[in-house]
Design a protein around this ligand. Sequence first.
Ligand SMILES: *Cc1c(COP(=O)(O)O)cnc(C)c1O
Length: 382
Amino acid sequence: MTQPAATQTRIPFLDLAAMHDEVADALDAVWRDVVGSSAFIGGEHVERFEREWAAHLGRRHAVGVANGTDALELALRALGISAGAEVVLPANTFIATAEAIVAVGAKPIFVDVRPDTLLADAAGVEAALTSRTEAIIAVHLFGQPVDMDALMSVARRHGLPVVEDAAQAHGARWGERRAGAFGDVACFSFYPGKNLGAMGDGGAVVTDDAALAERVRSLGNHGRAAGSGQVHHIVGRNSRLDELQAAVLSAKLPRLDAWVDGRRAAAARYREVLASSPVEAVAEAPGAESSHHLFVVRAGNRDDLRSALAAQGIATGIHYQIPCHLQPAYSVYGHERLPVAEQAAAEIVSLPMFPHLVDEQVDRVGAALADLATAPEVLHAR
Ligand SMILES: *Cc1c(COP(=O)(O)O)cnc(C)c1O
């Protein structure tokens, strides 16, 4: 049996401090640089990070925006998605994916997901296409990339653009390429808790299409064209990555791959220790190299499992409790039941996951779950 919580340290859900310690000097320099320059919006740090982020992904263009939700909305707007058009997305994603579709006046078409990976696959997406579909959003949920070869070939066959929601997939790969390198356009969030996080909000849109990148930049900068000053060519808005956030991201980017390796090692250890417990980890498809943003397991009685872990000082989360098509604000778009996403929403638990999670911590989570195996009414294998 594991020790009672009182004698053990807590295991947090996410520990950002250990990452910040590794780049502490660079972060100090950032603060001095940006304050010293007195340039906070639009400047060398944003330009530099945009170049670095595009290069990291093997893409031609990256445009910094205010957050990941704006990245999705501006990408759809720049693609020219028309009012009343349909945009296909998985039912189980963070609500922002659906928000962006509604924000441009389009209709979200929620599709069900695969029971093993909890990702929408190409066949599921294709079945949801109609003559009104104008785009497909692929969500690399939990950091696991969608099969982008299959999805891009469906999209090409139907002449539809693909937007990647890669907000959880910094550092993930599908085959040889990074998540975010496949779609007509890909969107990232740098919310502090993401794999590459700012110290506030931030986001980016990446693409190989220069005209599309320029439209996103203009939309996020009040409709100005490059160098157009006070001439506003289109009706835009304000959505910009600021200098301080860009400089923080540049300071952290050199560590990203090592941090994802840390997550990967923790995930591998989880899979070992969970083999002797009655919970089941969400599967990783061959060809997918997850960024392990979240490590998600399924259990028959999720709430009891969470309480048992909490009693041992182990923090957990749920991503997400209610699938988008059942959210009150979205029920007007809701139609049929999506049984896989609905059942998963009732069973999923996200275990602690961060780059510096050590073996002993993973083992403690595993031991706590193994203890539950002796209480089958608390947990039953699916
Ligand atoms: C975090 C997230 C977003 C939104 O990003 P913000 O920067 O918080 O606006 C969008 N989609 C997914 C899948 C996310 O996890």
